[in-house]
Design a protein. Structure first.
Length: 368
């Protein structure tokens, strides 16, 4: 009966140390000193760690009490089992002795004519038998030892029954205390874990925000240094992948003349119609239909935006505002917009800092 409860406690003791260890391995330490908000988040995280350690100490103390309760319950259950066995033996003995006493009463009745004595011993209630012992004693010219034993067993049975009831009440009280303790420990653990999760997420969010700002700054610096035509040096955008998930070919066609005196502000990546197009990084989608780009998608990532144009269609299940992860299929190669009737291709642009486009060729050439 108690083993599931002890297992519950052991699982709780194992869980909290892992949480404490998890707190020690969050984001890079170098990011902590960058902003005041990160410092504040760090302090909150450390406070949550201290609270978890304090909760662990309380749980350790509570476990000692819990183990003591468990031991006492086991002792009581053993005593109750033995007591129930002894009471059963006494009841069997009492039944035999009552039969012997009944024979004595019958004999006394025949000799004395006392109907009161017989009525007393006919009683099924143990207490009634006790109150009638003086009557039985008068009837016991023979068998005094039997009646004395009947008296002793009857009194012992009453004592044992009372002790058994007290033990059962104590068991009920200990089980109630255990239930209350488990509820309190669960509540304390839930509160501290919730505080830890909140502090950890806040800290992680601050670090992510700083990393995004730092990435945008580096991308903007690289774009400024190399100029729009020069594009971004390979590796400037971390984890960037090729937007075309299939066989393709392209050249550095940035700045090539276009109709109306325009110049080409991107790279055309040629591929078979329907070739999947994937998100080059994590980000949020915005749709653009009609105009020169035909069916088009904007992907707003961390530090830059990316433009996909002339799509044959968008992937099912996407909508404006959808958040996608790197490698998610978002559309398919086509020739819509002003590319209609021409070769199927993706017109791709990179906008550092979500501003003006820069030549995507160096970035594409390093991954496609």
């Amino acid at each position: 009966m108690l083993m599931p409860i002890m297992g519950h406690m052991r699982r709780r003791r194992v869980l909290l140390p892992f949480l404490l260890l998890a707190l020690l391995g969050l984001a890079p330490v170098g990011a902590l000193a960058q902003t005041d908000s990160i410092e504040e988040a760090k302090e909150e995280k450390e406070d949550a760690l201290a609270a978890l350690k304090a909760a662990q100490a309380e749980l350790d103390e509570a476990l000692v009490v819990f183990v003591n309760l468990h031991s006492e319950l086991e002792d009581l259950e053993y005593r109750i089992g033995r007591m129930e066995g002894r009471i059963g033996e006494d009841e069997d003995n009492l039944a035999g002795l009552r039969s012997t006493a009944q024979n004595l009463v019958t004999s006394a009745y025949v000799n004395s004519g006392s109907s009161t004595l017989e009525s007393a011993l006919d009683a099924a209630n143990i207490q009634d038998i006790l109150t009638a012992q003086h009557i039985i004693a008068r009837a016991a010219d023979k068998g005094t030892a039997t009646l004395d034993r009947l008296d002793a067993i009857t009194r012992d049975l009453i004592r044992k029954t009372a002790t058994l009831e007290q033990d059962r009440q104590r068991v009920a009280e200990l089980e109630r205390q255990q239930a209350e303790m488990i509820a309190q420990l669960d509540e304390m653990r839930a509160e501290q874990e919730a505080r830890y999760e909140e502090a950890r997420e806040k800290y992680a969010a601050e670090v992510r925000a700083w990393e995004a700002a730092e990435r945008a700054r580096k991308i903007a610096e690289a774009a400024k240094k190399s100029g729009a035509a020069g594009g971004l040096p390979p590796g400037t955008i971390p984890d960037f992948i090729c937007p075309v998930a299939g066989s393709n070919h392209f050249t550095n066609d940035w700045g090539n003349p276009r109709s109306g005196g325009r110049t080409h502000k991107g790279t055309d990546v040629f591929a078979a119609r329907g070739t999947p197009l994937v998100a080059v990084t994590d980000g949020t989608l915005r749709f653009s239909d009609g105009g020169l780009g035909g069916i088009a998608i904007w992907l707003k990532g961390s530090g830059a935006s990316y433009y996909y144009a002339h799509l044959d269609g968008r992937a099912a299940g996407l909508s404006p505002g959808s958040y996608v992860t790197r490698g998610t299929v978002i559309g398919y190669v086509g020739n819509t917009g002003n590319a209609y009737g021409g070769a199927h291709h993706l017109h791709f642009q990179i906008h550092p800092g979500h501003g003006s486009a820069v030549n995507p060729y160096p970035t594409l050439a390093s991954v496609c």
